[in-house]
Write a protein of this length. Structure first.
Length: 213
């Protein structure tokens, strides 16, 4: 019995070793490709996972065929490892996709925020220009109003000066007229006095003539 059991174990062990040699040899191209792609430390690299799944399937089938529980267990464990690695890779891809979406959303939000900021700055600049323009217009209107007021004041002053000059001329004219009247009256008085003197001289002359005659 013991000899028969030992006889069964030896072929099984040999088959297991042969399978491992062939599987290791089959892995060499994948290993070389992973080095070229710089993925030798990435257990979730798709070609590596594919080969690991093939490796697990071979081990499981040989284990069942040879009734080698060790080889079959290795196959099941390797297959579970492949499943977990595939699931992890899928979750990482999903996380990367979600991260990309989040980054794109964040970029769009930043872009929109930047556009809104630029629009707000433009509107603020436009409001400032409008306020400056209104201030300039108010200042121009105030200057025009002040200029008009100054012109009116100057015109009023000129009219007042003209009125004063006119009154002064009228006053001077009146004074000259009165002075002329006074001179005329004085001349008339002088003429009257001269007339009286002539008359008196005439009277005295007649008196003298009478006395002589």
């Amino acid at each position: 019995m013991r000899a028969a059991k030992t006889a069964r174990v030896v072929p099984t062990t040999i088959a297991r070793n042969v399978a491992e040699v062939y599987l290791a040899a089959g892995r060499l191209p994948v290993t070389l490709a992973s080095r070229i792609a710089r993925q030798q430390t990435n257990d979730k690299w798709p070609p590596a996972l594919t080969y690991e799944q093939l490796h697990a399937g071979v081990e499981t089938l040989l284990g069942k065929a040879l009734r080698d529980e060790v080889l079959a267990t290795r196959g099941r464990l390797r297959n579970e490892k492949v499943i977990q690695l595939s699931r992890a890779a899928r979750l990482e891809r999903l996380a990367d996709e979600q991260r990309e979406v989040a980054d794109e959303t964040l970029d769009r939000r930043r872009e929109m925020a930047g556009q809104k900021r630029v629009e707000a700055e433009q509107k603020a600049a436009e409001r400032e220009r409008a306020l400056e323009q209104k201030a300039d217009e108010r200042e121009a209107k105030a200057e025009q109003k002040a200029a008009k007021k100054a012109n009116r004041v100057q015109a009023t002053k000129a009219q007042q000066e003209k009125a004063i000059d006119r009154r002064e001329r009228v006053a001077k004219s009146g004074a000259l007229a009165k002075e002329s009247e006074a001179l005329a009256a004085a001349q008339q008085a002088l003429d009257a006095e001269r007339t009286v003197d002539v008359i008196e001289d005439t009277i005295e002359g007649e008196k003298a003539a009478r006395k002589t005659g």
